[in-house]
Design a protein around this ligand. Structure first.
Ligand code: XUL
Ligand code: CO
Length: 439
């Protein structure tokens, strides 16, 4: 029985088509950069925004019915599995991601929650076997319940830490059972509101303890997927410890965890940290910690996490340029951590939103591949650093000179006479030319 019975299977119809329920750029089997778009982009459905979020905000109740005909909480959870797999099937999404709380109701006790999770996991497992859909990553929601009001891994209350540890253990078990290729840690409440009540050192040490315990457990159960930290600077807490990619990398290195974790970079979180999406991806890539992406976009006029569907082609092009430069996705992919606006309450809107996001990333991939094949931007960068390829530059990079040697070189040289233009405007024009071609 169909849940989205009025929605057709979404097909590629090309840029000339005016059918809103068709892809205009995402052509799953077309090859770009040596792989199909489907393989390059690895799109995933976010369980929470797609199947549970109903448009509730601080000013009003939900606008979207996500019970899919279910009456009791467990019935709703079952119907959501049906809805999710039909949704993925109709859109041609190969992957999905979930929080434990998205897939099953918490119930009265932790044991009750775990029982509910087992029932729904079994149903998901069956559906996966029938359809070939895959789990990109799982995560435990250790931020919504009041027990996490002061944090989970960073809580001043050891019992909250213990509860989170139990939730993470179970969610890792489920992720492993479902063959997930990743496991995410997003520290929703891992931060603080005021230092007047906060022992920062203890909180950071305990967060590292939780991550170490989790990584050790993942190894013990033979989980071969990636473990990701998802940086975010603020919201819900004023200051979150996983502020941005650089902060997270420094933290992981400080606690000897950098070899075990990678990063899941989210576009809107980059915006909140005052960075571009490309910046965060580049930081992850150059530190060999690029893993996966939460695809969305923020609004530059708003200071919060609006989680909009990505429609800005400049952003997706520069994002996919980083992904291609990183060698493409391995265990990661593009998870649409994105929600429709509250007024977009119909199932057609939900499908159209994914189509917009997938088309925008398809365009991004096409353009990123063109940027690489065009070669002008890479050639400019290579030339810009060419002073390091010979002479004093080469000697410095090879560690063959001391500070005294370099000083003697500079004294003899006098003023720097070899400055070159940064060429920013020319490069921005090249990007436009690559993007828009002849009109
Ligand atoms: C919140 C956010 C989360 C994580 C998973 O801003 O991005 O949904 O992706 O917990
Ligand atoms: Co996210």
């Amino acid at each position: 029985m169909s849940i989205f019975e009025n929605i057709p299977y979404i097909k590629y119809e090309g840029a000339e088509s005016d059918n809103p329920l068709a892809f205009h750029y995402y052509n799953a089997d077309a090859k770009i950069g040596g792989k199909t778009m489907r393989e390059q982009l690895k799109f995933a459905m976010s369980y929470w925004h797609t199947l549970t979020a109903d448009g509730t905000d601080m000013f009003g109740v939900g606008t979207q019915d996500k019970s899919f005909g279910g009456k009791t909480p467990m019935e709703v959870a079952q119907r959501r599995v049906e809805a999710g797999f039909e949704f993925m099937d109709k859109l041609g999404l190969d992957y999905f991601c979930f929080h434990d709380r998205d897939i099953a109701p918490e119930g009265e006790t932790l044991a009750g929650f775990q029982k509910n999770l087992d029932i729904i996991t079994e149903k998901i497992e069956e559906k996966m076997a029938q359809t070939g859909k895959k789990l990109l990553w799982g995560t435990a929601n250790c931020f919504a319940h009041p027990r996490y009001m002061h944090g989970a891994g960073t809580s001043p209350n050891a019992d909250s830490f213990a509860y989170a540890a139990a939730q993470i253990k179970k969610c890792m078990d489920i992720t492993h059972r479902l063959g997930g290729t990743g496991y995410v840690f997003w520290g929703g409440r891992e931060g603080y509101e005021t230092l007047l009540n906060t022992d920062m050192k203890r909180e950071l040490d305990n967060m590292a303890r939780l991550l170490t315990l989790a990584a050790d457990y993942a190894d013990r159960i033979g989980f071969k997927g990636d473990l990701y930290i998802e940086p975010k600077p603020k919201e819900p807490t004023k200051h979150q410890y996983d502020f941005d990619a650089s902060t997270v990398i420094g933290f992981l290195r400080g606690y000897g965890l950098d070899k075990r974790f990678k990063l899941n970079i989210e576009a809107n979180h980059a915006t909140l940290a005052g960075h571009t999406f490309q910046h965060e991806l580049c930081v992850a890539r150059v530190n060999s910690m690029f893993g996966s992406i939460d695809a969305n976009q923020g609004d530059m006029l708003l200071g919060w996490d609006t989680d909009q569907f990505p429609t800005n082609v400049y952003d997706t092009a520069l994002c996919m340029l980083e992904v291609l430069r990183a060698g493409g996705f391995v265990n990661g992919g593009l998870n649409f951590d994105a929600k429709v606006r509250r007024g977009s309450f119909t199932p057609e809107d939900w499908f159209a939103a994914y189509i917009a996001g997938m088309d925008t990333f398809a365009l991004g991939l096409i353009i990123a591949d063109r940027i690489i094949r065009d070669g002008r931007i890479d050639a400019f960068i290579a030339e810009r650093y060419s002073s390091w390829n010979s002479g004093i530059g080469k000697q410095i990079e090879e560690g063959k000179v001391t500070l005294e040697d370099i000083s003697a070189y500079a004294l003899e040289m006098g003023e720097v006479k070899t400055m070159k233009s940064g060429g920013q405007e020319r490069l921005e024009a090249v990007l436009n030319q690559i993007m828009f071609g002849a009109q």
